[in-house]
Design a protein around this ligand. Structure first.
Ligand code: SF4
Ligand code: SF4
Ligand code: FES
Length: 228
């Protein structure tokens, strides 16, 4: 069986369980400079995300197919081979204020937890940023996982400063998303980020904001078939 990693072809032994195992095999037998990241080896740490045949995958959870083409995550600076610079995570989480800011004394019920449970499961793998066509051209875009995380705190009953969080998401945030759904499709934690962003758009409207793209359409006299 053969696979290509960063444009270089390698031959694997017949029995290789997953892609991460293949990286380790190649490093120990054919190319000791091959550089990749891993940690838990069980889909929990998010370290091993790569692009396989154009789609973001966790290497430790991906079955190898003959002829597979493996590349580093897109839209992030490559440090070496399959290792990318993920420092954008902190910058974007900070920008989105995706944390508890103003704590209430509300009692949290199981129902409240289940509402934000999925979003709390992000493993910071960066697959969503790699798949995002908007982040590809605009590195100021707050982007998928920081918005999913912001949504998690906006829906958190413990947070009282919702308005501030919604305000921040107006610039390079909810309205810049094309709702293409790529991020939801590649997320290994099955977080439906696109839907979270749609919910954030709805929340923004509730807080008095409107879609600026639509507003400029109205200004330009485009007929949307209804009166705003
Ligand atoms: S749905 Fe929005 S955030 Fe997700 S990949 Fe598409 S443009 Fe990016
Ligand atoms: S939201 Fe999903 S795809 Fe994005 S970093 Fe978190 S786990 Fe990875
Ligand atoms: S090594 Fe941790 S998710 Fe793959």
């Amino acid at each position: 069986m053969k696979i290509t990693i960063c444009e270089k072809e390698y031959t694997l032994k017949e029995k290789t369980d997953n892609l991460l195992e293949a990286f380790i095999y190649i490093k120990t037998t054919q190319n000791n400079s091959l550089t990749f990241k891993s940690g838990c080896r069980s889909g929990i740490c998010g370290n091993c995300a790569v692009v396989v045949n154009g789609v973001e995958k966790l290497a430790c959870k991906t079955t190898i197919k003959d002829g597979a083409e493996v590349k580093p995550l897109k839209n992030l600076k490559v440090i070496k081979d399959l290792v990318v610079d993920n420092s954008c995570q902190n910058r974007l989480l900070k920008k989105a204020k995706a944390q508890l800011e103003q704590k209430s004394d509300e009692i949290i019920l199981p129902d409240n937890v289940s509402k934000i449970d999925k979003e709390s499961n992000c493993i910071l793998c960066n697959s969503c940023y790699s798949s995002c066509p908007v982040y590809a051209v605009n590195k100021d875009f707050i982007g998928p996982f920081a918005m999913a995380r912001a949504y998690r705190y906006i829906e958190d009953k413990k947070e009282t400063n919702i308005k501030n969080k919604i305000d921040i998401l107006q610039d390079n945030g909810v309205w810049s998303c094309t709702l293409c759904g790529n991020c939801s499709m590649v997320c290994p934690s099955l977080i439906d980020i696109k839907t979270d962003i749609m919910m954030l758009q709805n929340k923004s409207v509730q807080y008095g904001y409107q879609n600026p793209n639509l507003a400029s359409g109205f200004d330009a006299g485009i007929d949307f078939g209804f009166n705003p």
